[in-house]
Ligand binder design. Structure first.
Ligand code: HAS
Length: 564
C-alpha cells in the first residue's frame, strides 16, 4: 500500500485520543503497584497495605489495569485508526456507542476495585468473589469492543466491492485477526460471567461450579494473550521494516501467520490448568500439542522480521553474519518507534522460550505458581505488547493532535531502560521460581527475613534484584509519562492527520488461501469443538456446582454444603 495522509474526522480523533490516553493515565496506578509488589517482596516496604491498599487489591489493580483495560482500549483505538487509514470511515453512531460502553465499563470496574470490593485478581477465579459491579464493568468493556469491531465489517466489505481482485491490506488482516481472536475468546467469558458468576455474585444462587468457570476463564484467557500480541505483530510486519529503512521480507508469511492465529489461539487454554487434578490428562495433552502448534507462527515471525531487518541493514552497507546489527537505527530520536519495537522483540525472544517451557506438562509442574510465571509474562505482555502499545500511543498522540514530541532525546532511552529493567526482573523471578519462590506472596517479609521460619536464603537476592528491576521499570514509565504530558501541553504546529509508516513487501507472492478469512474461521470452529466440547460437557453435569464464596477481605470461607 502506498503511504498517504488521511484526515481524521473530529469525533474519531476525540474517541481515539481518549481511548489511548485514559489507559496511560490508569497505567500510573498499574505500574506503580507493580513496583510496590517488588519492594514489598524484598522487604523494603514493611506492609502490604501500602497507601491503604490491601496486597490483593493492589495486585488486582496491577493486573486488571495493565493486562485488560490498557490493552483492550488501545487495541480498539489502534483498530479504529488502521481501519480509517486503510479502508474508510466506520459508522459514527457505532463508534460513539462502543466508546461510551467501554468508558462506562472501565469506570464501573475501577470503582469496584478502588473501593476494595473486587480484590479477585485479573483471573477472578471462583470461589473468589467480587461485587457484581466489577463483572458488569468488564462485560460493558467487552461489549463496547464488539460494537467497534462489528462496525468495521461493513467498511471492509464495501472496500472489497470497490477493489475487486486486490489483496486486503496486511494491516487490516492484522486488525481483523486480532478481533476475530478477541471475539472467539470473549464468548466463553460472556457465558462464564452471565450464567455462572453474576447470578452467584448477586446472591441469586448459593454456590458455583468452580471447575467449569475456570475452564471457561482459560478458554478466554489464552487467546487473550494473542489479542495482546497481534496488534504488536501488526506493527512489526506492517511498519517495522520501513522504520528500519527496508521492506517486509515476505508479505505471504505475514498473512499466513495472522490466519494461523485465528484457528490456533483458542483450543489450548487447559495448559493453564495442568495442575488441576479434576481435568483428565488426555485433554491436557491435546491442549499441550495445540500450544506447541501456536508457537510456529511466532517462529516464522522471528525469521521474517529478522530477515527484514537484515535486508534494511544491507541497504545501508551492513555486512557479515553479525556486523549488520550495527547499522540499525537504535537511537534515532525522530525514528523512536524503532527502539520501542526492537526492545519488545528482544524481550519476546526470552518470553517465547519460557512460554514453550511452560507448555511442557512435566516442566510446567516445576514452574507452575512460582515466580517463574511472572518472569514469563513480563517478557511477553510486558515486552512486545507494552512497548509496541506505548510507542504507538506516542505516534498517535502526535499525529492526531498535530503536536511535536516533547523531550525526543529522553524518549529514546525509555524502551532501553524498560528492556534492562524487565530483563533483570525476568532473570531474578525465573531463577527464584526454579527454587520454588512463590508467584504471589502476602508474606514478603517472612521469606526474606532470616528470623522467620519461612526464610529462604535463595530468595533474598532474587527479591532484591526484582526490586531494583521494579524501580527501573517504574522510572522508564515515569519518563514516558512525562513525555506524553509534555507533548500534550505543546501547541499544535503540524497537520492533524494519520500517516502510518507502511512498509512495502520485498517478496509479494500470491497468498492463495491466506487471502480469505473463511477457511480459517471454519478450521477454528472445528478445532474448538475437538478441544473443548468433551471437557465442557464433563464439567457441566452439576457434580461440581456447590462451592461457596471466598474473599481475601474476609478469608474464612462459608462451610461447603455437600449434595445428597
Ligand atoms: Fe504465555 C502463562 C505458554 C506466549 C502471557 N502467559 C502466561 C501468563 C501470561 C502469559 C499473562 O503453556 C500467566 C497467566 C496467569 O495469570 O496464570 N505463552 C506460552 C507459549 C507461548 C506464550 C507456548 N504468553 C505468550 C504471550 C503472552 C503470554 C505472547 C502475552 C502477550 N504461557 C504459556 C503457559 C502458561 C503461560 C503454558 C501457563 C503457565 C502456568 O503454569 O501458570 C508462545 O506463543 C510463545 C511463542 C514465541 C516465540 C518467540 C518468537 C520470537 C520473536 C522475537 C524475534 C526477535 C527478533 C529480533 C526478530 C517462539 C518473534 C532479532 C534481532 C536481531 C538484531 C537478530
Amino acid at each position: 500500500m502506498q503511504n498517504k495522509r488521511v484526515e481524521v474526522p473530529s469525533h474519531l480523533r476525540l474517541i481515539i485520543l481518549v481511548e489511548i490516553l485514559l489507559p496511560v493515565l490508569l497505567l500510573v496506578l498499574g505500574v506503580y503497584h507493580g513496583m510496590i509488589q517488588t519492594l514489598y517482596r524484598a522487604g523494603i516496604i514493611k506492609s502490604s497495605s501500602f497507601l491503604g491498599l490491601d496486597y490483593y487489591q493492589g495486585l488486582t489493580l496491577h493486573g486488571v489495569v495493565n493486562a485488560v483495560v490498557f490493552t483492550t482500549l488501545f487495541a480498539v483505538a489502534f483498530g479504529r485508526a488502521l481501519v480509517l487509514y486503510s479502508l474508510g470511515e466506520p459508522s459514527k453512531s457505532a463508534s460513539w456507542i462502543s466508546f461510551i460502553l467501554m468508558m462506562v465499563g472501565t469506570v464501573v470496574a475501577a470503582i469496584a476495585m478502588l473501593a476494595g470490593k473486587a480484590s479477585v485478581l485479573y483471573t477472578f477465579y471462583p470461589p473468589l468473589q467480587a461485587h457484581p459491579a466489577f463483572y458488569i464493568g468488564a462485560t460493558l468493556l467487552v461489549i463496547g469492543s464488539w460494537v467497534a469491531f462489528f462496525s468495521w465489517v461493513p467498511v471492509y466489505l464495501q472496500w472489497r466491492r470497490e477493489h475487486p481482485g486486490e489483496k486486503t491490506p496486511l494491516a487490516i488482516v492484522g486488525v481483523f485477526s486480532t478481533f476475530i481472536v478477541w471475539f472467539t475468546a470473549t464468548v466463553p467469558l460472556a457465558v462464564e460471567i452471565l450464567f455462572l458468576i453474576l447470578p452467584w455474585s448477586f446472591g441469586w444462587v448459593d454456590g458455583i461450579n468452580v471447575t467449569l468457570s475456570r475452564i471457561l476463564f482459560w478458554f478466554f484467557g489464552h487467546p487473550l494473550v494473542y489479542f495482546w500480541l497481534l496488534p504488536a505483530y501488526t506493527m512489526y510486519y506492517v511498519m517495522l521494516p520501513k522504520l528500519a529503512g527496508g521492506k517486509l521480507y515476505s508479505d505471504k508469511a505475514g498473512r499466513f501467520v495472522f490466519m494461523v492465529f485465528i484457528f490456533l489461539s483458542a483450543p489450548l487454554g487447559l495448559h493453564h490448568q495442568y495442575s488441576d487434578p479434576s481435568i483428565s490428562a488426555v485433554w491436557k495433552w491435546i491442549h499441550g500439542i495445540f500450544t506447541l502448534g501456536v508457537a510456529v507462527p511466532s517462529f516464522i515471525t522471528a525469521f521474517t522480521i529478522a530477515a527484514s531487518l537484515e535486508y534494511a541493514s544491507h541497504l545501508k552497507g551492513g555486512k557479515g553474519l553479525f556486523a549488520w546489527w550495527f547499522k540499525l537505527p537504535y537511537f534515532n530520536s525522530k525514528n523512536y518507534l524503532f527502539g520501542y519495537f526492537f526492545c519488545g522483540l528482544l524481550l519476546f525472544l526470552v518470553g517465547g522460550v519460557t512460554g514453550i517451557i511452560n507448555s511442557s506438562l512435566s516442566m510446567n509442574g516445576v514452574v507452575h505458581n512460582t515466580s517463574w510465571v511472572p518472569g514469563h509474562f513480563h517478557t511477553t505482555l510486558g515486552g512486545p505488547t507494552y512497548l509496541a502499545f506505548t510507542g504507538m500511543t506516542l505516534f498517535l498522540v502526535t499525529s492526531l493532535t498535530g503536536k511535536k514530541l516533547a523531550f525526543p532525546r529522553l524518549n529514546v532511552v525509555v524502551p532501553y531502560l524498560w528492556l534492562i529493567g524487565t530483563s533483570l526482573f525476568c532473570w531474578a523471578m525465573s531463577t527464584g521460581g526454579l527454587s520454588g519462590q512463590p508467584r504471589r506472596t502476602n508474606m514478603g517479609l517472612t521469606y526474606t527475613n532470616p528470623e522467620s521460619p519461612l526464610y529462604q536464603a535463595d530468595w533474598v537476592w532474587t527479591a532484591n534484584i526484582s526490586a531494583v528491576a521494579g524501580v527501573m521499570m517504574f522510572l522508564s514509565f515515569a519518563i514516558y509519562f512525562m513525555v506524553v504530558i509534555a507533548t500534550l501541553m505543546k501547541r499544535s504546529t503540524e497537520p492533524k492527520t494519520l500517516d502510518f509508516p507502511i512498509a512495502e513487501p520485498l517478496h509479494d507472492e500470491p497468498a492463495g488461501a491466506f487471502t480469505n478469512f473463511t477457511p480459517w474461521l471454519v478450521t477454528s470452529v472445528v478445532f474448538l469443538v475437538i478441544a473443548y466440547a468433551p471437557p465442557l460437557m464433563t464439567f457441566s453435569d452439576g457434580t461440581f456446582e456447590n462451592s461457596k464464596r471466598f474473599s481475601p477481605e474476609s478469608p474464612v470461607p462459608a462451610p461447603v454444603e455437600q449434595k445428597p
